[in-house]
Write a protein that binds this ligand. Structure first.
Ligand SMILES: Cc1cc2nc3c(=O)[nH]c(=O)nc-3n(C[C@H](O)[C@H](O)[C@H](O)COP(=O)(O)OP(=O)(O)OC[C@H]3O[C@@H](n4cnc5c(N)ncnc54)[C@H](O)[C@@H]3O)c2cc1C
Length: 432
């Protein structure tokens, strides 16, 4: 069987791995000139490692990703340094990634609030009944069970930060549950960076006989009338396939396959998502305190961004020729002004806040700046979202769809891209 996969991100590459192992001819079409999709990275000439365009790490619980890496024989390249995630309170940052740290966090005061915070956290860690939780918004469930003060101090900033003022009251409680239930404080990466892993994965796919066609966007997919075959319009010409898997955003799927039934297209159009804007700075000096990696910042604290991530407090600056790498990012609706502003305009907005992380910071510390933006970064899961998820098997026989928007109840991530890609592959094999 000749199988076409659209997209060489982790879902597309993982599906390709299983389909090729099952003996099929697999061609992966990728519009970019590199593999890895949203989790790809870039590298300067003097660097040993790549830096991700959007900050990335794995959790110790990412069994699908870590299992795949083991299958590929690359487990010895996975490392789990121990950085700290810190949260802003009253002008200072406090570590907040373990029960003990949460108990010591001054924002909650002492007494009942801490007990409610602890008990709710424990419940969410232990329960598996997310179907009950998806009936409620985070806002209503958390206010009820932790109380307004704990919610507004600990959880509301996270939800507002991720989903903005328009969506944060609509996000369902299963989304929050999934983050607390599945994530670990141990954070992992690949020696050489995520791009090094994506390239080695692509190398293994090619060795196995998968054809990966870079710089080859697909613009249209049609079922040939009176045949089971598909006709793909690619930038290099028309291609035929017996089965097709699309791994793009729902809007891209809808415009690429106009022959999908109206009901399925309508389902795709209802899926909402947030975009992301990330500036990466190479600095001459360390910006923030040793070991502090991830800074969560409530929007209400007046910072023009949501998170600051000092990558070289997690992996050594020696990997980047001694340069210190800092990401500054935000999740925003795709019509936000940051999607129109130039890199220097955004940098101008962000720079004054860097003194809050280090009063000695001067713009002269900056070696270089990069900006990456994507309109499709974080799907929004509203109440009873399980009923809105489009099926991987589309109503068009032989056509499959596996995207971040179908990852649920878990929050999207490369681990779940691997899982959904492999699930799509097993469905494609079953229908054979
Ligand atoms: C800001 C941010 C932070 C994140 N942090 C983490 C993290 O810490 N850990 C983690 O595990 N995950 C993280 N993620 C999520 C992770 O990046 C995604 O879940 C994962 O990469 C999605 O993989 P995918 O294969 O589903 O999609 P994608 O990676 O989007 O792959 C789709 C591919 O299709 C290609 N394509 C698009 N249009 C066409 C076309 N017309 N023809 C051919 N090809 C096309 C694209 O170029 C892309 O390569 C983060 C994401 C963002 C945005």
């Amino acid at each position: 069987m000749r199988i076409a996969i659209i997209g060489a991100g982790y879902s597309g590459m993982s599906a390709a791995w299983d389909l090729r192992k099952a003996g099929h001819d697999v061609i992966v079409y990728e519009s970019a000139d590199y593999v890895g999709g949203l989790a790809s990275g870039f590298k300067e000439p003097g660097w040993k490692w790549s830096v991700e365009k959007f900050y990335h790490h794995w959790f110790a619980s990412d069994q699908h990703m870590l299992g795949l890496i083991q299958e590929l024989g690359l487990s010895d390249k996975v490392i789990f340094p121990r950085p700290y995630t810190v949260m802003y309170h009253d002008g200072k940052f406090f570590p907040l990634d373990s029960v003990i740290k949460a108990i010591l966090f001054p924002g909650l005061g002492w007494g009942l609030n801490k007990i409610r915070f602890g008990l709710v956290g424990l419940y969410l860690r232990l329960t598996t009944n997310w179907r009950e939780l998806e009936k409620y918004t985070v806002d209503e469930w958390m206010r009820k069970w932790t109380g307004d003060k704990v919610y507004e101090m600990m959880w509301e900033p996270l939800v507002i930060g991720k989903f903005g003022v328009n969506y944060y009251k609509q996000v369902n409680m299963a989304w929050m549950w999934a983050r607390l239930h599945a994530r670990t404080t141990r954070l992992g990466t690949f020696e050489g960076g995520f791009q090094a892993f994506a390239d080695q994965f692509a190398g293994k796919l090619r060795e196995a006989g998968v054809e990966i066609r870079l710089s080859t966007p697909v613009s249209n997919i049609q079922k040939v009338v009176g045949s089971d075959e598909f006709q793909l319009t690619t930038s290099t010409g028309i291609e035929m396939a017996d089965k097709v898997l699309v791994t793009l955003a729902p809007a891209a799927m809808a415009s690429m396959v106009p022959c999908l039934p109206a009901e399925y297209l309508e389902g795709l159009s209802k899926l909402k998502s947030m975009g992301a804007v990330v500036l990466t700075l190479s600095l001459k000096h360390q910006l923030s305190r040793e070991g502090y990696y991830w800074y969560s910042i409530p929007k209400s604290a007046g910072f023009p961004f949501l998170a600051l991530v000092e990558h070289t407090n997690y992996v050594s600056p020696e990997n980047f020729g001694g340069e210190h790498i800092v990401y500054i990012g935000d999740y925003l609706e795709p019509d936000h002004e940051y999607f129109q502003m130039s890199q220097s305009e955004i940098l101008e907005r962000f720079l004054p806040s860097l003194k809050k992380f280090n009063p000695d910071f001067e713009p002269a510390w900056i070696n270089k700046v990069w900006m990456y933006r994507t309109a499709y970064a974080q799907p929004v899961a509203t109440v009873n979202h399980s009923q809105n998820i489009p099926s991987i098997e589309t109503p068009v026989d032989g056509l499959y769809f596996a995207s971040m928007s179908q990852v649920y109840p878990w929050d999207r991530g490369t681990n779940f891209a691997v899982e959904i890609g492999r699930k799509a592959a097993s469905l494609m094999l079953r229908k054979r």
